[in-house]
Design a protein around this ligand. Sequence first.
Ligand code: UN1
Length: 498
Amino acid sequence: MQTSPVTCLNYINGQWLPSNTRDTAESRNPADWRELVATFPRSTTSDVDAAVEAARQAYHSWRLVPAPARAELIFRVSELLLLKKEEFAYLMSREMGKPLTEARGDVQEGIDCAFYYAGEGRRLFGVTTPSELADKFAMTVRMPVGVCALITPWNFPLAIPCWKAMPALVCGNTIILKPAKDTPACATLLIQTFHEAGFPPGVVNLIHGSGGEIGRELVAHPGIDLVSFTGSSKTGAEVGEIAGRTYKRVCLEMGGKNAQVVMEDADLDLALEGALWGAFGTTGQRCTATSRLILHRDIKAAFTEKLLEKTAQLKLGAGIDSETDVGPLINSSQRERVRRYVGVARDEGAKILIGGDIARDEDLQYGYFFQPTIFDAVKPQMRVAREEIFGPVVSLLEVDSFEDAIAILNDTPYGLSSSIYTRDVNRAFQAMRDVEAGITYINGPTIGAEVHLPFGGVKQTGNGHREAGSAALDVFSEWKTVYVDFSGRLQRAQIDNR
Ligand code: UN1
C-alpha cells in the first residue's frame, strides 16, 4: 500500500497539470497530522477558465456519443475501481480518517453507483404517449444540460463524487470535479481511474482548491451550466444564490439533524445497535448521522444505561488500525466546532453523560480525536437539538407518546434522514406518512442509503432534487418534448380537434 505522499495535480483536457502559479497546499492524516498524505495545487482563476474551456469544447462531441457507448466507459471505471478497492480504502482511511471497513463501504458505494449508471446507458427512458390529434406522434427524450461543476465534501471522498459524476456523464454532460481540500488524493485516484478507462480529453476534469476560492469561481462562472453541491446548508444557500444569478441549474444536498425514535415496544437491543452505528459511525460525520435519539419515557432509563455502557467501550484510533471503532474528526476547525457545541449544550442546561472533550490519550495526541459524547435532558428548542454538529455527539430527548415523538422529530430546520424503532405496524406506517424527511428507516439506523434509490431531503436539507437512483437523471438532463406531425397539414391543438 502506498504510504509516500501523493503529488496531486489538476486534470484538464486529459492533461495532468500544476496550478498556473505552481502554488501547492497539503493534505495531512487527521489521525496523525505529522503524516503528509498529499500535496495538491492551489488553483487560480486561469486554471478554472482552462477547465471550463476544455469541458465546453469536449461537450460538443461527447453529447453526440451514443449513451450506451458513454456507459461502456463508466462500466470500465466500475471494473477498475473494483481492482483498486483496497488501495482506495487505505488511502481514504489515511486521508480522512474513517475506519477501513467503512472506507471499503465508501468505495463499494462508488462501485455500485458506477455499475448502476453504466446500466442506464441502455435505458435513459423517456415516454411516448398518444397525441390528441390524428397522425401526430408525441414523445420525450432526455437532453444533457452541458458543463457540470461537481463540488464535493470530504466525508464520502469516493461515493459522493461518483453519485454526481456517473449520472452526469451517462446523460452526456461534461464535468469538472472540485473536491474538498481535505481529500485531494482520493479525488485524484478517482480521476486517474477515469483517465485509465479512456474518457476523451475534456469530458472529465479535476480542479483542486478551496471552496471559498475555486468553488465560488466555478459557481459564478458563465461557462458552467449546472452546479451539484454537497455540503453545509449555509454554503449551499450561497451556492444557490450565486448560481441563480446566471440561471444555472443547481442541485443542493445539505445538512441534517437526523433523529432515531425508540418507542416503548421496540426491540431495544436492535435499537441500541442502530443508535451506536448511526451516531458514532464515521465519527458522526455523515449528513445522515443520528444526532438526536428520541426515547419513549418507559424505556429511556434502561436504553440510556446500555447506550452508555456500549459507548464507553468504543475504541478511538486511526482508521487503518483494525481495532478502531471511531476515527478522528477531519481537521482542527471541525474539532473546535464540536468542542464549542459542548459548551453550548452546557450553557443551555443539557447534561453531559459521557465524553464532552477532546481525547486526552497519549497515543491519540497527534490526531483530531474527540470522545464520543452524549447529551441528556435536551429540549427540542435547544441549539444542540436543532443545529448540525457533524461529530460524535448525540442528544437524548424524552417523549411520552408516539405523537410527541413525531412532532419533535419534525421540529428542526432540516429533513434528510429519520428512523423509528417500533414493532407496531400501524405506528410504522403513520411514521412513513408523517415524518418530514427525504429518507425514513423502519427498524434501521438513519445511515445506510443505497445507490439505486433517491437520496436527499426536505426543508433546509435540499432544494427539491434527489441524488442517486433514476432521480439523479432528472438533475443531469433536460426533458425535450418532441411532436411529429405526419398529417401533412396544419393541425391546431385544442382547436381543430374540438
Ligand atoms: C453523506 O453523509 O453525505 O446513507 C452521505 C449513508 C451513506 C451516504 C451518506 N450511504 O449514510
